[in-house]
Design a protein around this ligand. Sequence first.
Ligand code: HEC
Ligand code: HEC
Length: 346
Amino acid sequence: MSPIRQKKIVLSGFISSLIIASAVIAYFQFNSELTIKVFSNPKSRYASPATDGQVNHALNSQRVSLGKMLFFDPRLSGSNWISCSTCHNPTMGWSDGLPTAIGEGQQKLKRATPTILNTAFNFLQMWDGRFSSLEEQALGPIASKDEMNQDPDELVKELKAISGYVELFNEAFPGQGVTKETVAASLASFQRTIVSGEAPFDRWINGDEDAISFAAKRGFKLFEGKAHCSTCHSGYNFTDDGFHNIGLKSKDPGRHAVVPLPVTKGAFKTPTLRDVAKTAPYMHNGQYVTLEEVIDHYVRGGDDKSNLSPNFKAAELDEAEKQDLKEFLKTLTGQPREIAVPHLPS
Ligand code: HEC
Ligand code: HEC
């Protein structure tokens, strides 16, 4: 064998081992990219908030159990037919499965019922953020003609006529008893206990690599990467607590009714994505029935682009990527917590 040919063999051997080595490295890199370690520590970004403990710390168990009764009690409505749980139904992800809510007298409301899951963490309540606390919010649906159609002063009188309630209010609020404020405070206390159970996503960020599929891991990468979802759906509760116009065709002014600035026109609160697979239909007007339709909306870059949020960017995804993103969203469904419907006082 000529020395030149020998050199060639050595060289081609060297090149092919380089190719094999880089293929092996690429293979491991590809797979390790899908493991939690490579992402810039989602554990800290998506960890359960400290407020969980703080919120529960402030809770008083008598107020919580009283609030639970009130939440499930149709006597809170004018007709005695509708309770908070008619619309915020625990078996339907604390929502109602309807495009928009239906209230007293089969009245169709303009907006979809949001889940009350994790409302304890909300900075502001309602699609347009018009209430700043659960206490402030609670009397709204009771008094609203379309929702429960009950005068709160009348309600206080009715509750005072139910001896079981009088006793429970006196125990939970010594010296105060039944008042509009204590009704609101107990409903708020109960709702603060409705927080997410551990989801496969949480197990994954805590180190269990098998908790979610490869497709879902790829979906998470898209969620944080080229689909731009985490710009707004960020942190443990997958919301920035902000208001954005994402290009829905809707005449609802949204946040603009509360804060009249050009940017708030058609802007709505970023909803949590926790348990999102359970809370269809989606958006403030319930216009999308499936997660596929929601993802297609983002891929289209919205429909009414006249006042799009500066944070909104179209998600350039192919069919396989859309599927991966959906698989990721499905990993946010928490372990269901058993909620027994309470016995109501008489
Ligand atoms: C007729 C259906 C219906 C009933 C009954 C009802 N709600 Fe709602 N709830 C809604 C709708 C619709 C919205 C959103 C309205 C909006 O944003 O303008 C909402 C919003 C909320 C929110 C805000 C959630 C968020 O993420 O911003 C909370 C909390 C809430 N309701 C609690 C209650 C409580 C407590 C009761 C009983 C006192 C109750 N609801 C009764 C339909 C209902
Ligand atoms: C500019 C901020 C922003 C970005 C970016 C964004 N969202 Fe949203 N998202 C929102 C707002 C605001 C709503 C509610 C809009 C409405 O009802 O008018 C929403 C609603 C949703 C809903 C419906 C939830 C429900 O309970 O109704 C889902 C699901 C969702 N987004 C997923 C995504 C995904 C997936 C991406 C990435 C492709 C994404 N979002 C990107 C702000 C954003």
